[in-house]
Design a protein around this ligand. Structure first.
Ligand code: UGA
Length: 483
């Protein structure tokens, strides 16, 4: 089939690449010339400058020039096209609603081109990136407004998580298609023939509005799981020292009805989707006059979680950040990405600077370039001058008074040894990801340890343990939990 993919970011490029693997003739279109040139080069490092996904560059290199074509102009391509996938970004506006300006620019441009087609065969226009409920209908109106003939609209939301785009596109859990008539469903079945009647992949055909709602429900439910664990499980284990967080997880999620995903307590979920989508859903429901208390609570708990440990350091550990130097390990919103959108580290830095820290010594295996040049550019705020960047965790920790772990990079699991051999107590370790399995050894050597989903552990506890044996249960229980 002849396919155009409009927008070649995280959603569009992997989608175009995987479609071309199945022998479709795919035109990946973007208005960003530099981006398209980078993709056209077929070089891994060029492609990964824009979308860094395992297996993506290899997939592009395999199909480029035979099934996959990159372009900044689709004027000559629209004729005879069967399907157009719209993969435009819809960033959040201040009021929580989705900014549809990129989407509207692209669809009006497309409509003008489609209206002039010579070949009037049926074309289906499919919303692939997350757009508010009702956007397929809006798309239909835009096409009608420009006099486009013989077209259908559909919604086919993307459910991929970052870092898993290629594997996930080849083998999704489900494909949800929302369309209005059999003719359009049939065209989509031909595009996705490898998934139709697949024994393990749910291929769902429904209305466009249902498909749009499925995506919002899925993402906000996932965030609800995380907020439930952070806001209830975490609070319990932070209140009662003999609760073992990881045992709590196993015990609760052993029930088949309860998801294990989301039970990993953290200093808040970030990324470009959860926060944006829940705010957009709140906006959409409020617009219909519906109450949104649950969604609002989920969102608030997640945002609060991002700086909660800094507050705990002040109120529970009595740590005064004023004029202190803090090592910050992890800037990306999760491991294996350089993406810092909505990352907890953004809020952590904001809070540390507001509390008057003298310096922040940062390290992240992938995100430091973006941090320096985009997120914490001193041109944005002179206080960002206080952040310096180091090539390793050890160098970031050297000379600091406290450490904050913000991202779950695997290499941070070995930090106890690095801390012991780099800085002397008194020293506070704030662990936003429960990354240090051997924290008991640290506390016994007079370091203080403050984890998410656990009580503050101080050398005093350790001393008590040694003299009276009172705290041993607390500590060993915690050790037993983090594996
Ligand atoms: C998310 C969804 O998982 C995808 O299904 C969805 O398609 C995608 O958004 C989207 O709408 O495009 P992603 O943003 O890549 O994917 O990230 P996740 O892996 O879901 O992680 C989100 C955040 O939650 C991260 O900060 C992660 O560290 C955190 N998290 C995850 C927790 O704090 N605890 C957990 O148990 C799981």
């Amino acid at each position: 089939m002849k396919i155009i993919v409009v927008g070649t970011g995280f959603v569009g490029l992997p989608h175009a690449a995987v479609l071309s693997e199945y022998g479709h003739e795919v035109y990946a279109y973007d208005i960003d010339e530099q981006r398209i040139n980078a993709y056209k080069s077929g070089k891994r490092e060029e492609i990964e400058r824009y979308v860094n996904e395992p297996g993506l560059a290899a997939s592009v290199a395999e199909s480029i020039g035979s099934y996959l074509f990159f372009t900044t102009d689709i004027t000559d391509v629209v004729d005879g096209t069967d399907i157009v996938f719209l993969c435009l970004n819809t960033p959040p506006k201040r009021d929580g609603s989705s900014d549809l300006s990129y989407y509207l620019n692209a669809t009006h441009h497309l409509a003008k081109l489609l209206a002039k087609r010579e070949n009037k065969k049926r074309v289906v226009l499919v919303n692939k990136s997350t757009v508010p409920v009702g956007t397929a209908r809006l798309l239909e109106n835009i096409m009608n407004e420009h006099g486009v003939e013989n077209f259908g609209v559909a919604s086919n939301p993307e459910f991929l998580a970052q870092g898993n785009a290629i594997v996930g596109s080849r083998r999704p859990d489900r494909v949800a298609i929302g369309a209005d008539n059999e003719e359009d469903f049939e065209i989509l079945r031909r595009v996705y023939s490898q998934f139709v009647n697949h024994v393990r992949i749910r291929y769902l055909e429904t209305t466009p509005e249902t498909a749009e709602a499925i995506k919002y429900m899925a993402n906000t439910l996932l965030l609800t799981y995380i907020s439930f664990w952070n806001g209830v499980g975490g609070r319990l284990a932070e209140s009662f020292s003999n609760i073992r967080m990881e045992d709590l997880k196993i015990g609760v999620t052993s029930d088949d009805r309860i998801s294990t995903w989301g039970s990993y307590v953290s200093n808040g979920a970030g990324g470009s989707c959860f926060g944006k989508d829940i705010q957009s859903l709140i906006y959409q429901l409020n617009n219909s006059g519906r109450p949104t208390d649950l969604l609002q609570a989920v969102y608030n708990i997640n945002e609060y979680q991002k700086t909660y440990l800094i507050d705990r350091a002040v109120y529970e550990a009595g740590f005064n950040f004023n004029q202190k130097t803090v090592a910050l390990l992890g800037l990306a919103f999760k491991k294996r990405t350089n993406d810092m959108r909505d990352s907890a580290a953004l809020k952590v830095v904001e809070s540390l600077l507001a509390r008057g820290v003298k310096a922040i010594r940062a390290y992240d295996p992938l995100a430091m370039d973006d941090a320096q040049n985009i997120w914490f550019s001193p041109e944005k705020n002179h206080l960002f001058d206080r952040i310096s960047y180091y090539p390793s965790a050890r160098e970031a920790i050297a000379g600091s008074d406290a450490l904050y772990i913000s991202t779950d990079w695997e290499e941070f699991r070995g930090l106890a040894h690095t801390i012991e051999t780099t800085v002397k107590p008194p020293y506070l370790v704030i662990d936003g990801r429960r990354m240090i399995p051997d924290f008991r050894a640290l506390v016994s050597k007079d370091y203080e340890y403050l984890p998410v989903g656990g009580t503050l552990l101080t050398p005093k506890d350790s001393a008590r343990k040694n003299t009276k044996g009172q705290v041993s249960d607390d500590l060993s229980s915690e050790v037993g939990t983090i594996k």
